[in-house]
Write a protein that binds this ligand. Structure first.
Ligand SMILES: Nc1ncnc2c1ncn2[C@@H]1O[C@H](COP(=O)(O)OP(=O)(O)OP(=O)(O)O)[C@@H](O)[C@H]1O
Length: 768
């Protein structure tokens, strides 16, 4: 029976593949035709263009005929591009046409309908779909429900159908490999097969096995804020990438990939995920880290790197100050201060020319505050600039009449004159007019730098202003409430300002600095961005979120995170949720929780979740593997031996291994020791490196969001993982493993691991 199902499905597949091939031929012909046409047009371009330059009409005619030829070229180019894209989709479909079949009956319709779902849609005639795109409304029933009565959302509202068959098909190179009939949403057996696969240096798409809760995330179009709390490995990142593909499909024509931004934890991660959308036939969205965003906006500042941030030890006072700076209260304090600047305290710099004051700061201040209170910071600044330009122009007029200008005009060489006239026609009514033209040019050149200072807002000083703001903070906020004394604050302010003077700025400080700058200059954010995704939200603070909301005022936000993995914000992460509630309309906020972890085997998930105390819910997916394995050694050399031994086991299982050290220094030390033993290993030092295939050593703060077949946690001893706030870091590292997890410690095992029940791991006795 099963064989005959497979055979008849193969027959259907062959039929579809034949149709795909016919379409491929058509598209190839279109490509060839447009290439030939383009070549012809280019070759004959000058024959077909009538070049006449002797009269105005002739030039117009030439222009028109060039344009005509150009338009013809553009049309051919467009049709070439379209056909090339189609052909590449068809080639993919030819190999793997679809992954599911649904038979259903729609109320009121006479017959049962059968549809096939694949990576993109394909029809052999208008309205005759042989394959439905996985993002089409009807495809939703494949992900959302089992057999029987199922509803799905269409642009016209809810539709309901009676699903009679759900079949999952695995196709390889045009051949059906397996067929499962299932009565669940997406059958576990197919998922198990997918999850058993080995990891890769690039993340893969999950469209064939999207889970029901993941599907709600992917297809949400109504929330302003979609907040996803998901356990490690529960598919947050995967869902977000499929969601981007979904949105690009859903809003095709009105949304392009450049209007979607994903903020990700580090550059390594960007690299890891950048194949998923192209694999789905879509362009990648804009991807960046917060660090890159800040560095791009402040090119003259050195923003603190991930490593610096991770390795900075905070004193208790500094921790309190960091907490304050990251709070919504601090964001509101900047806003309040901005409003105050509308009436007083804006700092200005003189406009200078050749080391002399051209327009003094007091004058600028007088102009700035001469406008009435309806002028907010943005238009106050524009109006001031307008006035300053007027002053400058008056100075130009006065200067033009001076002796030195007259002399300069007379001394102009022929080349200089040519330069000054540029492309302008030399038609002057008289010598006076020509003199004025040249004199103006000369003076403008001289005053050009002053104009630049005005146009580029150089008469404002963000540094002075920020310093003033920081000194004002005790008057705006009650520091006592945050356990910070005035002295401590002043001391911290001095340190911050000294660093800023040296052009260094910490990741916590940079947001307030950028926000104040935007307020001062009246920037209202990037209005063209429609969707913003923030991954690993637990590493952001409320200030950053409020600032991003301000910076992308027309965007809908999707935030994903795992409060169990707050490796930077540590214990502050839990207050984040409460603060978010005040930023977004609760009516338009949707919270989804993903608890099932798909990445790791049941044994690894059961082990890692024991590390947490009062953690968010995590449940294991039923995929079986070996128990994690721990080894505590007496010294460094023995520990390295242990790594070498484990690597041999992992290699024989064809698992690629990542060794995760706590700091960069420790990772370096281990890499050298392994290399000395002839082991080929790549150390990932910075987030700007590429993920190399094969064995890698990576410091903990760069392992965020990544996954590997096998993980060896390097030196989880009591020195490295001791404090409560290191618990989440250890959890994050261990949860990177898909199939094998090994923990090695030198000396005494971390107390954070001693609470894991002994039956959940094996101990490597040889070295204990
Ligand atoms: N529905 C699914 N079908 C197949 N694989 C899935 C599915 N959901 C998740 N996975 C796999 O589980 C692994 C973890 O997914 P992902 O990295 O998206 O999780 P995450 O929640 O972002 O994890 P973390 O917070 O730990 O970084 C990936 O290998 C992903 O392909």
């Amino acid at each position: 029976m099963a064989k005959s199902i497979k055979a008849s499905e193969q027959q259907h597949l062959d039929y579809v593949v034949d149709k795909i091939r016919i379409e491929e031929t058509k598209q190839s012909e279109t490509i060839e035709r447009s290439e030939n046409d383009q070549a012809d047009i280019k070759q004959n371009f000058y024959n077909d263009v009538n070049i006449k330059t002797d009269s105005y009409e002739g030039m117009m005619e030439t222009g028109l005929s060039v344009r005509q030829q150009q338009q013809m070229l553009d049309e051919r180019q467009n049709s070439w591009q379209h056909a090339t894209k189609q052909l590449s989709t068809l080639k993919k479909l030819e190999k793997n046409a679809y992954f599911a079949r649904l038979d259903f009956h729609e109320a009121g319709e006479p017959a049962t309908e059968t549809i096939y779902i694949g990576l993109s849609s394909f029809s052999d005639s208008p309205d005759h779909f042989l394959i439905y795109d996985w993002r089409a409304p009807i495809s939703s029933i494949y992900y959302d429900g089992g057999l029987g009565h199922v509803t799905y959302q269409t642009p016209d509202g809810l539709q309901s159908v009676d699903v009679q068959l759900k079949r999952q098909l695995m196709i390889e190179d045009g051949t059906i490999v397996t067929v499962y009939d299932t009565d669940e949403a997406v059958g576990d057996s197919m998922l198990l097969e997918v999850l058993d696969e080995k990891s890769d240096v690039k993340m893969k798409s999950i469209v064939t096995t999207i889970q029901k809760e993941q599907n709600t995330i992917i297809r949400d179009t109504s929330s302003d804020l979609l907040f996803v709390q998901g356990a490690a490995g529960s598919g947050k990142t995967s869902s977000v990438l499929q969601r981007v593909a979904y949105l690009l499909y859903r809003y095709r024509g009105n949304l392009n990939a450049g209007q979607v931004i994903l903020f990700s934890p580090n550059q390594l991660f960007n690299d890891y995920i950048n194949q998923v959308l192209p694999e789905l036939g879509e362009q990648n969205m804009v991807q960046m880290t917060y660090f890159q965003y800040a560095s791009y906006r402040l090119p003259h500042m050195q923003v603190e790197t991930l490593q610096q941030r991770f390795e900075t030890e905070n004193t208790p006072t500094m921790a309190k100050i960091t907490k304050l700076e990251g709070s919504l209260a601090f964001f509101n304090a900047v806003t309040t201060y901005g409003r105050h600047l509308e009436s007083a305290d804006m700092r200005f710099r003189n406009i200078m020319l050749n080391k002399e004051v051209l327009i003094p700061r007091d004058k600028i201040k007088e102009i700035y505050y001469s406008f009435n209170e309806n002028y907010h910071l943005g238009n106050r600044l524009s109006a001031t600039k307008e006035e300053l330009i007027k002053i400058l122009n008056r100075k130009v007029a006065a200067e033009m009449r001076t002796k030195w200008v007259e002399e300069a005009v007379q001394d102009l060489s022929k080349e200089e004159l040519n330069d000054m006239y540029g492309n302008q026609p030399r038609e002057f009514k008289n010598g006076d007019e020509e003199f004025r033209f040249l004199a103006r040019k000369i003076v403008m050149q001289r005053l050009g730098t002053a104009r630049t200072q005005i146009v580029r807002n150089r008469f404002l000083s963000i540094n002075m202003q920020y310093a003033h703001f920081l000194h004002e903070v005790p008057a705006i906020l009650d520091l006592d409430k945050y356990g910070i004394s005035k002295d401590d604050w002043e001391q911290a302010v001095e340190a911050k300002l000294a660093a800023i003077k040296e052009r260094h700025i910490s990741l916590t400080t940079v947001s307030a600095y950028m926000y104040l700058h935007d307020l001062m200059t009246g920037k209202k954010g990037q209005r063209d961005i429609r969707f913003v995704f923030l991954d690993e939200i637990q590493d952001y603070n409320a200030f950053q979120l409020a600032f991003l909301k301000f910076s992308f005022p027309n965007a809908r936000f999707t935030m994903l995170g795992d409060l169990n993995q707050a490796i930077f914000t540590k214990e502050n992460s839990h207050t984040l949720i409460g603060e978010l509630e005040t930023l977004f309309d609760p009516e338009k906020t949707r919270v989804v929780q993903l608890t099932k972890s798909y990445r790791s085997t049941q044994q690894i998930t059961d082990f890692t979740k024991e590390i947490l105390v009062n953690g968010e819910a995590v449940t294991a997916f039923d995929r079986q593997g070996d128990l994690p394995n721990m080894a505590v050694t007496d010294n460094f050399e023995q520990a390295v031996d242990q790594v070498v031994k484990q690597l041999a086991t992992n290699n024989s299982d064809h698992d690629t291994t990542a060794i995760i050290g706590k700091t960069l220094a420790e990772s370096e030390q281990l890499t050298e020791a392994l290399q000395a033993r002839g082991i080929h290993v790549t150390l990932i030092r910075t987030e700007n490196q590429r993920l190399a295939p094969g064995l890698i050593v990576v410091p903990s703060f760069l392992a965020k969001g990544l996954e590997f077949d096998a993980v060896i946690v390097w030196n989880a001893n009591a020195d490295n993982y001791q404090r409560e706030d290191e618990r989440q870091l250890l959890y994050t590292i261990c949860s990177r493993a898909m199939h094998e997890l090994t923990v090695i410690a030198i000396g005494q095992l971390s107390p954070l691991l001693t609470r894991v029940k002994p039956e959940l791991y094996t101990i490597n006795e040889t070295t204990v």
